[in-house]
Design a protein around this ligand. Structure first.
Ligand SMILES: *Cc1c(COP(=O)(O)O)cnc(C)c1O
Length: 426
């Protein structure tokens, strides 16, 4: 086949369309290379990445240290399965538990597997420790949640496309509106069989819905009061993205675990991580909690062939050190404030953008048009033409989440691309 043809976007778009499942609707751009905050398409055009693979690439594309640890470990040992021990897993577990301030870690691969694992641990804790009658356990979830794509997880989705025609659905989940502590308490009061509350500290997929300052803290207090496990899905919000190591940390911007102030720090009972845990280099997820909870899982009761493999955990170990050593959490905090300030200044004289919301470098703008209009999509196409890649999320919302390695000068450049592009739609 001719080089000419292989270097052409249309060629690749065509192949995917012809031979692939149509489970995504990607922006038409075919990427061939990444470095830091930049991506290049097959024609060689350079873009700022403003999605970071849904916040998996917090450390930037092809981070040299992460890639080096991947290469070194790939030449040494990649997979043993958990039938045997490997010499990478223990040190990673020690490092990651200290990093996030928990006693124990269960390693998995994808985010959805992390959520499934947290559900299993929580249910078993409910039966064997809380004393809920078997098969009666209920977990509270929020409307408009996104926790992944497995059959159990989509059973408690409120998105018809994610859920319809994939039944029969898994039971054991009760819905409350997001950011509604009264609704949470009402359910906790009336149902004795509740074992967990599964929540995203910011709802990323739903459109970066950022709850009131006291929502997570209030949920923590209610969960403690009713002896229910607080399960924080920080797959998208965690690991520096929101200007805190974890979004549940509120205003604490320390790197790694510290003696946090009681009034800002919220500690979930179960912490679910994925995405940036490996810097987008390899699928690595984890559930962290204390031993008293984790020990409900005994040999033979859960597992994964690839979970905890030496390649994945080596990459994750390095990816976590990069966040800390390069102070990416603080950078996300400072740049996030600049970004929202610039967008708010733009919005004052804009008729096309109605608001900006978010924390750190997880932000979104809401387009002032009907939720089913194509305006956000059209804006994203124009942003692409102008050298910046972002994707609309539910409704007329555009998420802006660049890698956390962005510099201030680069952010200013991006703000100018975004505002100039929006100007074309006023
Ligand atoms: C991406 C995501 C998941 C699912 O992770 P996968 O690796 O795609 O399975 C779960 N929860 C949240 C909040 C996410 O953003």
């Amino acid at each position: 086949m001719e080089t000419q043809q292989v270097n052409n976007s249309a060629y690749h778009l065509d192949l995917e369309k012809k031979y692939g499942a149509h489970d995504y609707n990607p922006l038409p751009v075919v990427l061939a290379k990444g470095e830091g905050v930049f991506l290049w398409d097959v024609e060689g055009k350079k873009y700022y990445d403003f999605l970071s693979a849904y916040s998996a690439v917090n450390q930037g594309h092809c981070h040299p240290r992460i890639v080096k640890s991947l290469k070194d470990q790939a030449e040494t040992l990649t997979l043993t399965s958990r039938a045997f021990h490997n010499n990478r897993l223990g040190e990673y577990m020690e490092y990651a538990t200290a990093y996030f301030g928990f006693e124990s870690l269960l390693p998995m691969n994808t985010g959805a597997e992390g959520v499934e694992t947290a559900i299993k641990i929580t249910r078993k804790w409910g039966y064997t420790i809380k004393g809920v009658p078997e098969d009666q356990a209920q977990i509270i979830v929020c409307d408009n949640n996104f926790h992944g794509r497995t059959t159990t997880i989509i059973s408690f989705s409120s998105d018809a496309g994610s859920k319809d025609y994939f039944g029969p659905h898994t039971g054991g989940f009760l819905h409350i509106p997001y950011n509604d502590l009264d609704a949470l308490e009402a359910v906790l009061q009336t149902n004795k069989n509740i074992v967990g509350f599964l929540v995203e500290p910011i709802q990323g997929e739903a459109g970066v819905y950022t709850p009131d300052e006291n929502f997570i803290r209030g949920a923590r207090a209610l969960c403690s009061q009713y002896n229910v496990l607080l399960m924080a899905d920080e797959i998208q919000t965690g690991i520096g993205r929101t200007g805190s190591l974890l979004a549940v940390c509120g205003n604490c911007s320390c790197e790694g675990h510290c003696e946090r102030q009681e009034d800002t720090y919220v500690r979930p009972d179960l912490l679910i991580l994925g995405k940036a845990l490996s810097g987008g280099t390899y699928p690595v997820s984890a559930v962290l909690c204390d031993t008293a909870i984790m020990d409900v899982i005994q040999p033979g009761q859960h597992g994964s062939t690839f979970g905890g493999n030496p390649l994945g955990v080596t990459v994750a170990h390095t990816a976590l050190t990069v966040i800390q050593e390069e102070k990416l959490t603080q950078n996300a905090r400072v740049l996030g404030e600049k970004f929202r300030a610039a967008m708010n200044a733009y919005i004052e004289k804009s008729s096309i953008v109605s608001l900006v919301r978010g924390k750190g470098l997880l932000n979104a703008i809401v387009i002032n048009d009907a939720p089913d209009s194509k305006t956000a999509w059209e804006i994203c196409l124009r942003l692409r033409d102008n050298g910046l890649l972002a994707k609309p999320t539910h409704g007329n919302i555009i998420r802006f989440a660049p890698p956390l390695v962005m510099t201030e000068a680069q952010l200013e450049d991006c703000i100018s691309i975004i505002t100039k592009t929006l100007q074309e739609f006023e």
